[in-house]
Design a protein around this ligand. Structure first.
Ligand SMILES: Nc1ncnc2c1ncn2[C@@H]1O[C@H](COP(=O)(O)OP(=O)(O)OP(=O)(O)O)[C@@H](O)[C@H]1O
Ligand SMILES: [Mg+2]
Length: 256
């Protein structure tokens, strides 16, 4: 079906060459992976929901002046983005203790953190995305000190905005991961938000019930992943009719 040039295939997405130079098509797959691909499954409908949720969040962030790679959604699974030079860091912002922070530092899951904490992980599957400090990042040249400063302040702005947005629909933004890239416009370079922000890379807990509405349902074998992502979309006011539908066109009606 796809005759476009595939630029990269990752665990959750495929990047294709876009229609114009400097653009890419980001395709959201249904694959779910955890623990650096040790756990892997296909969850029908996940890609469609992530595409829609990420589109919405990037659009809203754009509206408050956060520069992003997002151009427009193309169809149920694909969006047009600007190609950037990815800074090889996973930037994690935490508001409540959970996951690796709880395990590593012995802080009970669910403990409110005294302030938002930003962490950096070096993007390397071979090394299992290790936690790194600003010293490592600048010494090894993954980002310059001013770039890192921009990344930090953007990450905190994104966190403030998304925390409020989710709170408004009864969801606690416990933590999330984001990626940034360098966008060149002639001689000028801007740091922009790239990749995706979706329940795959956030921890989202229902304010009332503490129910998990994110990928921890997959990591922890809880089931109900698509239903949870659908609930997030529903609360954000997004109508994703039938995320498991793969093709548009006539639907076969059985006659009896
Ligand atoms: N605007 C962009 N320009 C170029 N690359 C991008 C852009 N946005 C995201 N990417 C990269 O595209 C890939 C998306 O695929 P996916 O998320 O499936 O990768 P992954 O399996 O998580 O692997 P990785 O370790 O590379 O992130 C990621 O490598 C991400 O860094
Ligand atoms: Mg990824």
């Amino acid at each position: 079906m796809n005759r476009r040039r595939r630029v990269y295939e990752g665990k959750a997405k495929i990047l294709y060459e876009g229609p114009e130079p400097g653009t890419l098509v980001q395709h959201f797959k249904d694959d779910a992976t955890a623990f650096n691909n040790k756990k892997h499954d296909k969850i029908e409908g996940k890609g469609v929901l992530n595409n829609r949720i990420s589109e919405y969040l990037f659009q809203k962030l754009g509206e408050i002046g956060v520069p992003t790679h997002f151009i427009k959604r193309l169809n149920m699974r694909e969006q047009l983005i600007r190609e950037v030079e990815i800074i090889p860091l996973e930037v994690v912002i935490r508001n409540v203790a959970a996951g690796s922070l709880s395990t590593r530092l012995g802080v009970d899951e669910g403990t409110m953190l005294p302030r938002s904490i930003v962490e950096f992980y070096y993007k390397s599957d071979e090394l299992n995305d290790p936690l790194v400090t600003e010293e490592h990042i600048t010494a090894f040249g993954w980002a310059t000190p001013p770039e890192l400063e921009t990344v930090m302040s953007l990450a905190l702005r994104i966190n403030d905005f998304l925390s409020g947005l989710f709170l408004g629909v009864g969801i606690r933004l416990v933590d999330f991961k984001c990626e940034f890239g360098r966008l060149w416009e002639g001689e000028q370079m801007r740091i922009v938000l790239a990749d995706e922000i979706s329940p795959d890379c956030c921890r989202l807990w229902d304010i009332e019930t503490q129910d998990k509405l994110d990928k921890d349902r997959f990591r922890r074998d809880m089931g109900g992943l698509v239903e949870a992502y659908q609930e997030v979309a529903r609360r954000l006011g997004l109508h994703v009719d039938n995320p498991t539908r793969t093709r548009s066109g006539p639907v076969l009606v059985q006659s009896k």
